[in-house]
Design a protein around this ligand. Structure first.
Ligand SMILES: [Zn+2]
Length: 303
């Protein structure tokens, strides 16, 4: 529930007009309301537009007004001129300024939330599907959770799988998430790692029992296999998936890994036999299938 102007009077004071320095795009004489940014830029806006696009202003204009004066009163808002310009361009249908990152749009989103303006939210929600915004999935996730954009929340959770959430680099973005959103994201990352570990311990891979029981599997020549190289490779893949839950670096890059080359080159220890221990192509395919089977997005929209 958006707080109405009755409870937000602290963010709005009405002062007599003086020293006008109007924003060039918002200086139309026929506009009957003057808004001031906190840094003193004035914006002339038709009250009809504000009433149509914002229930906050709609409520404010319904409140008893002071007696009409010869000069227009200025309504000072707590947003700076850049934010107010972006917001008013969106509600007045003026070409939107170039917004290239979350630092540009977040203050507009906050202001739109405060004044209960759905229009700017829709515009920014559409913008969020373009590369500069998709490149910061944690910021997209935060906005999507805060403003109840379920599709974008799922998309952002998928994109976040390329990130290691334990990296201190992402701490500031994670701290901005609501607890329920943070937990949903961590659960997804953890579920992929746990799922991958579980799959690697089930057929067609060697089970934990087979790994522990060295005599359980033997070469056709009767010599027991040594699974040390597979154990190393498994560990390396799990660490990589922990660092990058997306799994693409395991899925596509495995051939280049030293531990993988050592593992695939494993031979029976009996020199006269020299049998391959692992079937490289079927094992590689099973690893890819295991990664593809992991959950790739948060389950339900975050509250
Ligand atoms: Zn052998």
């Amino acid at each position: 529930m958006q707080a109405g102007p009755e409870t937000q009077n602290s963010s709005m004071v009405v002062i007599p007009s003086a020293d006008p320095s109007y924003h060039p795009l918002f200086s139309m004489e026929d506009a009957d309301v003057v808004l001031s940014s906190c840094d003193g830029t004035l914006f002339r806006v038709p009250s009809a537009t504000l009433k149509m696009t914002s229930s906050w202003f709609r409520t404010m204009f319904k409140l008893p007004q002071p007696p009409a004066s010869s000069t227009t009163d200025i309504i000072t808002l707590s947003e700076d001129s850049v934010t107010l310009e972006g917001l008013l361009r969106m509600v007045c249908g003026i070409v939107i300024p170039t917004l290239t990152c979350w630092d540009d749009v977040e203050p507009i989103l906050y202001a739109a939330e405060k004044y209960d303006m759905p229009g700017p939210h829709s515009i920014i929600r559409a913008l969020a599907h373009t590369p500069p915004f998709l490149n910061e999935p944690l910021r997209l996730f935060a906005a999507a959770c805060r403003y109840d954009w379920p599709d974008e929340a799922r998309l952002a959770s998928t994109l976040s799988l390329a990130l290691d959430l334990a990296d201190p680099l992402y701490r500031p973005d994670l701290l901005k998430l609501k607890t329920s959103a943070l937990l949903a994201l961590q659960d997804l990352h953890r579920a992929r790692l746990a799922g991958f570990r579980a799959r690697l311990s089930q057929p067609p891979f060697l089970t934990d029992v087979q790994m522990a029981d060295g005599s359980g599997q033997r070469c056709r020549c009767g010599e027991p296999f040594d699974y040390g190289a597979w154990r190393e490779l498994k560990y390396a893949m799990e660490r990589e998936l922990e660092r990058r839950p997306k799994g693409d670096t395991v899925r596509e890059g495995l051939e280049e890994w030293h531990v993988a080359k050592v593992c695939w080159a494993s031979r029976c220890r009996r020199s006269a036999c020299n049998n391959n221990v692992y079937d490289v192509s079927s094992t590689t395919r099973a690893i890819r299938d295991a990664i593809d089977s992991l959950p790739s997005a948060i389950e339900a929209p975050v509250e």
